[in-house]
Design a binder for this molecule. Structure first.
Ligand SMILES: *[C@@H]1O[C@H](CO)[C@@H](O)[C@H](O)[C@H]1NC(C)=O
Ligand SMILES: *[C@@H]1O[C@H](CO)[C@@H](O)[C@H](O)[C@H]1NC(C)=O
Ligand SMILES: *[C@@H]1O[C@H](CO)[C@@H](O)[C@H](O)[C@H]1NC(C)=O
Ligand SMILES: *[C@@H]1O[C@H](CO)[C@@H](O)[C@H](O)[C@H]1NC(C)=O
Length: 491
């Protein structure tokens, strides 16, 4: 999680401080409509106390006519407690575009009838810790904007299908977090260093290509490729991985400098003609600052990551894709060619000129997204996601109510289940060469292939537990054992 949403939280905290608790509380009496009259309301007794003080923000969506009192609202529970976009309370009333909810991180309310959605952070979600039994009236919602390597369970169909709603980096998810690392179009338009300046740095012995990576053991296995590339072209590597050169100052080596938009740091990397930009894991639309930053400073990204990355590029000649080349040698030859031919090189920076951003899909996507990055005028995506779920929950409750009232004439709402494409990342593949040629005992092979397939077993085990209405979390490893036996019988 970056600093962007913390800023937004600050804005929210200020809004909360100004808010009046009394404005909506007690205004309506819709509680009866939410549940059939014959059923007791389990929250009526204890839930107020369990939730403690509720903070009510001042803002409400323009289409929201929700007049219910706090005690009558559905609850969305952030199961991953580290993630809760409200401050300072543990519980807040959220008035979203179409309806209202109580958002909380207090797990005591988990089994309440009124608790209609559990919100999970993908990186923290572990099959062996999932809340069981799964309650049929509760939707599970996934928020995952980080690397697929953080939780490969979500890359398998049985893993992602545990969830009813998703917000991931993929455009196919219900609440897409695509382009979350790109603040704005203006970010792409920053002036590049003039080519003659870059040439001067070349003459002083700088290589044409920059590599800057300190996280070496990753599923994308990028070092295996870069090591080959280094045989054919000078790559200046300043990070821990394949390190061969020192940064010019102590200050720049500090990782907190390197991971922020430090201007001295940006100036330094802008001297390079090419910047290796390789994601730590491969998946459609998993695109990070590793790509946007070189585009920002005008060092041509030599990219490997999302296979569909071209969809988002400012024009059709702004990056060089590693996988367009048959070998590291062929890639190096092309980079040498551009290094010697200024005119050809500069074609890759045309997008910096006025009107140079030709990709309307990119332009429209940035324009239409409702959340912001470092933008105080827009909600952050955690609040946006929470409201998306709140609206879904209210919509579904309304449909259920209509179904009940109609005595079956109106159909019950269909279950809503996430699809493989909401994450669905491929098996890690070697950064260079064939998997059969990589010896046993290779640390990448041992770690990431195992992790990927074990994650599949884990999501199948949890699916089976839910299917059996299992309430004892501790049985997880028994289910895993069953799945293991089944697999070995198949082979
Ligand atoms: C809210 O009220 C307005 C005006 O009465 C109405 O047009 C709109 O459909 C209502 N919205 C909802 C979600 O009920
Ligand atoms: C990029 O687009 C221009 C204009 O549409 C076209 O002439 C050119 O051939 C394209 N280049 C590539 C590499 O696709
Ligand atoms: C949520 O998904 C599960 C399957 O994973 C399904 O059984 C349940 O009906 C879904 N719930 C909703 C509210 O769509
Ligand atoms: C599932 O388990 C819970 C708790 O053990 C129980 O209350 C519920 O009736 C069970 N539901 C089904 C369909 O078996």
């Amino acid at each position: 999680m970056g600093g962007a949403w913390q800023l937004c939280l600050l804005a929210l905290a200020l809004a909360l401080a100004a808010a009046e608790d009394s404005e909506w509380a007690g205004a309506g009496d819709e509680a009866e409509a939410v549940w059939p009259e014959s059923e007791p309301e389990p929250w009526a007794a204890g839930v107020g106390a369990a939730l403690g003080a509720v903070v009510t923000p001042a803002y409400r969506g323009p289409g929201n006519n929700d007049t219910r009192a706090n005690r009558a609202l559905p609850i969305v529970l952030w199961w991953s407690g580290g993630l809760f976009p409200h401050f300072p309370a543990d519980t807040a009333r959220v008035d979203c575009a179409r309806g209202s909810c109580l958002a909380t991180r207090r797990r005591q309310v988990w089994r309440q009838r009124r608790t209609r959605a559990l919100l999970f952070y993908g990186t923290d979600f572990r099959a062996y810790e999932a809340p069981l039994p799964r309650l049929p009236h509760q939707a599970w919602a996934l928020f995952h904007e980080e690397s697929p390597m953080n939780n490969y369970a979500l890359s398998h169909a049985p893993g992602i299908r545990l969830f009813n709603y998703t917000a991931t980096f993929r455009r196919e998810s219900h609440y897409p977090l695509t382009l979350q690392w790109l603040p704005s179009l203006a970010y792409l338009r920053r002036e590049p260093l003039p080519l003659p300046d870059k040439e001067r740095w070349r003459q002083r012995g700088y290589g044409p290509v920059l590599y800057l990576q300190s996280h070496c053991d990753v599923p994308a296995d990028r070092d295996r490729y870069v090591r080959q590339l280094m045989n054919y072209i000078q790559v200046d590597s300043y990070g821990k991985c394949l390190h061969n050169r020192e940064l010019p100052s102590e200050r720049l080596t500090d990782t907190s400098t390197a991971t922020t938009e430090d201007s001295e740091f940006m100036t330094f990397i802008s001297r390079y003609k090419f910047h290796l930009a390789m994601e730590n894991a491969i998946c459609n639309d998993y695109i990070t600052e590793k790509l946007w930053r070189p585009l920002h400073v005008g060092a041509i990204p030599v990219y490997r990551g999302s296979p569909s990355v071209r969809d988002w590029m400012p024009d059709n000649l702004s990056i060089i894709l590693v996988d367009d080349f048959g070998s590291p040698q062929e890639l190096a030859e092309y980079l040498h060619f551009l290094d010697r031919n200024g005119e050809e090189y500069l074609k890759y920076l045309e997008y910096k000129k006025p009107g140079g951003i030709k990709n309307q899909f990119l332009v429209q996507s940035l324009k239409s997204r409702e959340w912001g990055v470092n933008d105080m005028t827009l909600p952050n995506y955690l609040n946006g996601f929470e409201c998306f779920i709140c609206d879904k929950v209210n919509e579904r409750m309304k449909a259920e109510r209509e179904h009940r009232k109609s005595h079956g004439k109106v159909k019950a709402p269909e279950p809503h289940i996430a699809h493989f494409t909401h994450m669905g990342c491929p098996m890690p593949a070697p950064g260079f060469g064939n998997i059969e040629d990589i010896p046993e005992g290779d640390s990448w092979k041992e770690m990431w292939l195992q992790d990927y397939w074990q994650s599949l077993d884990q999501s199948e085990a949890l699916t089976a537990m839910i299917h059996h209405n299992e309430s004892h979390q501790g049985k997880f490893w028994d289910y895993m054992h069953e799945i293991f036996l089944k697999r070995t019988r198949q082979h």
